[in-house]
Design a binder for this molecule. Structure first.
Ligand SMILES: [Zn+2]
Length: 193
């Protein structure tokens, strides 16, 4: 472990403060979860924005999705409510979950052996898709519907099919995307770029 003095000396030897690599770069799991969360910002759902990001064994993103109405179905004409006297006036019969869209949007031949990063623990319908698509691991952030029958069924299916699932514990609570940062040199970017 270098002391601060030694680090300063190293900077002097190198003649510039930006020759050491950044230490606060995003690690892969944070990056993929952040991609899922960024994608969720595309959602038109007023109550729930969920994103999913599928990654292969080479840490390459092969699919991204967020919750929304099916392609070609006008999301101004379909309902977004969670409750209504008639179930047909709620979003549930129509909306595609982020996991479904991420799998369908894949840019690879298949997603076998991949990991899915998703904001919410997948429901039982998405668990079926994940299993059938050959995804081997699910990394989720929130499990807020843990005690519902849908989530219980989901865990039962994922466990039986041998799909691993684990909760992501972020080291930071937020990641800020600052479009102005590219115009500034300093700690967040390399001035030589
Ligand atoms: Zn689902």
């Amino acid at each position: 472990m270098e002391t601060e003095h030694e680090q300063n000396k190293l900077c002097l030897v190198n003649g510039n403060n930006n020759t050491r690599k950044r230490q606060d770069f995003l690690e892969w799991p944070e990056y993929f979860m952040a991609v899922a969360f960024l994608s969720a910002q595309r959602s038109k759902d007023p109550n729930s924005q969920v994103g999913a990001c599928i990654v292969n064994q080479e840490n390459k993103i092969v699919g991204i999705g967020y919750n929304g109405m099916p392609n070609g179905c006008n999301d101004d004409l379909l309902p977004w409510s969670r409750t209504a006297d008639d179930q047909l006036d709620t979003k549930y019969p129509y909306v595609c979950h982020a996991e479904l869209n991420a799998i369908m949007n894949k840019n690879s031949a298949d997603v076998k052996g991949c990991t899915m990063y998703v904001a919410l623990f997948p429901c039982n319908e998405c668990a079926k898709l994940i299993i059938q698509a050959g995804i081997k691991e699910v990394v989720y952030l929130s499990d807020k519907y843990h005690d519902t029958p849908g989530m219980t069924a989901s865990r039962r299916l994922l466990n039986m099919a041998g799909v691993l699932f684990r909760q992501f514990e972020p080291k930071r609570t937020e990641i800020v995307i600052d479009f102005n940062s590219i115009n500034h040199t300093g700690s967040r970017s390399n001035s030589s770029q």
